[in-house]
Design a protein around this ligand. Structure first.
Ligand SMILES: [Zn+2]
Length: 458
């Protein structure tokens, strides 16, 4: 069963594809996954065959050229172009980042090499015998151990993204022995394929929120009331062709878990269990104690998702409130998302909120800070309200994550506008949270804080 000439018993054998800003995928054959599970957890890395040796001189008359990097040998029929020719350098820059992310020793990662095909005209590769046996018609991308195939994409960004996506699969399959269940496998490839690359300096960052194509998929889903809860994202199964949106879902979940200070360590630790058939149970157990908080932040992220979404700045420290005895003053940072006031407001009661303090809500291109008070500035709007305006939301859950008020609706998804001074009657009981109005992608250039006095009103 562990005959190295039989790579089909090794998982993952996967086909993935990307089109016009989205990915689709085919096939981890269920039978293969079952076989792999039955075979136990030690899938020898050597079980993946070494790629066939290639002869650049023989390929040249067939319209194929070979680009050589430290970690990637890339065969392509695309004409020479600075973007295309830089791909092995991009791949080389990604390998140490993958090694660090997956805790693979540098010496082992240094020796890691894959062979890839970047395909404009599939027929040329078929004629040269370079298409994967049995998977010749993969739609967009394919990773199989130490080999990967990538179809030409609509933009340089998505060409690079798909190469790094398939590269992540290859790295995990050969270095960890598995990519884990479908949602995690594709989520990791989306997370570590999403990048910022400066070809001049060679500087690469991976794990950044990808450009609008992916973000737009989820904004549309939210508008269409098609947002998926985490449990549904975990059911996304890459053993069949997936719609583009499925890739956006698994990628977004991986981004949240990987960048959020409270969830990150647990998520990264799961890498050690990709060979465990009970991986999904482990995942659920790891987040069992704060599943309700995680689900709340997941819904909020999808509802407000932006390119450049500041996940760490948006992270909520859920401090449940106490009933208000006398007035309470809370300090609210301008460069963070929702922050607990520590006040439990009660349904039907009236409250008065007074805010004081000046903060910076943006920085002009010429470096001048834009000052702001709790009323906001009208030079710009976000979500229909003045930029920088003080907003309020009530989290209707108790410490156990159960709703104090079963009828409560909205929460963080439907904030109220407070401004400098206001009175409100709590529509339901829960902890009062405040923030200033700004895009989750634009908190980093804010600074300063405001002091907010909350008191009961007759
Ligand atoms: Zn994939």
């Amino acid at each position: 069963m562990n005959d190295p000439s039989q790579p089909l018993i090794c998982r993952p054998r996967q086909l993935a594809c990307l089109a016009g800003g989205g990915l689709r995928s085919l096939a981890v054959a269920a039978a293969l996954a079952l076989l792999a599970a039955l075979a136990g957890t030690s899938l020898a890395q050597s079980a993946w065959p070494t790629p066939k040796a290639i002869d650049a001189l023989r390929l040249e008359p067939q319209g194929l050229r070979v680009l050589q990097g430290e970690h990637l040998t890339l065969i392509t029929d695309l004409p020479s172009d600075p973007e295309v020719d830089a791909l092995p350098r991009l791949f080389d820059a990604a390998v140490p980042l993958w090694a660090e992310r997956f805790d693979v020793p540098a010496a082992k990662a240094d020796a890691w090499r894959v062979q890839g095909c970047l395909i404009g005209d599939r027929e040329k590769f078929r004629a040269a015998g370079l298409l994967p046996a049995g998977g010749e018609s993969f739609p967009h991308g394919l990773s199989k151990g130490y080999e990967l195939w990538v179809m030409e994409q609509d933009s340089p960004y998505y060409r690079r993204h798909l190469l790094l996506h398939e590269g992540t699969h290859s790295f995990m399959a050969t270095q960890l022995g598995s990519c884990g269940p479908g949602w995690y496998m594709e989520g990791m490839a989306e997370l570590l394929g999403a990048h910022r690359w400066d070809p001049k300096s060679g500087e690469l960052a991976i794990g950044v929120i990808p450009p609008d194509g992916r973000v737009g998929q989820l904004q549309d889903a939210f508008r269409e009331k098609q947002a998926l809860p985490i449990a549904a994202v975990m059911k996304i199964n890459n053993d069949r062709i997936l719609p583009n949106r499925a890739y956006a879902w698994v990628g977004a979940l991986a981004h949240l878990l990987d960048a959020h200070p409270r969830y990150q360590q647990r998520f990264r630790e799961l890498t050690n269990h990709v060979l465990d058939p009970e991986f999904n149970d482990r995942f659920r157990q790891a987040y069992a104690d704060d599943w309700s908080d995680l689900s709340t932040e997941w819904r909020l992220m999808i509802a407000t998702l932006q390119y450049g979404h500041g996940i760490a700045r948006e992270a909520i420290d859920f401090q449940r409130g106490k009933p208000l005895a006398a007035g309470v003053t809370a300090t609210i940072a301008a460069d963070r998302g929702w922050q607990s006031t520590g006040v439990l407001v009660e349904a039907g009661q009236q409250y008065e909120v007074q805010a004081a303090g000046r903060y910076t809500i943006a920085v002009e291109p010429d470096g001048r800070p834009v000052p702001c008070e709790a009323g906001g500035v009208t030079l710009d709007y976000h979500a229909g309200a003045p930029l920088g305006m003080l907003l309020a939301a009530i989290d209707p859950r108790d410490a156990a994550g159960q709703k104090v008020s079963p009828a409560a609706k909205g929460g963080f998804l439907r904030p109220a506008r407070l401004g400098l001074a206001s009175r409100f009657r709590a529509p339901y009981s829960g902890t009062l949270y405040l923030r200033v109005n700004d895009s989750p992608a634009k908190l980093a250039d804010n600074s300063g804080e405001l002091r907010v006095k909350i008191s009961g009103a007759p």
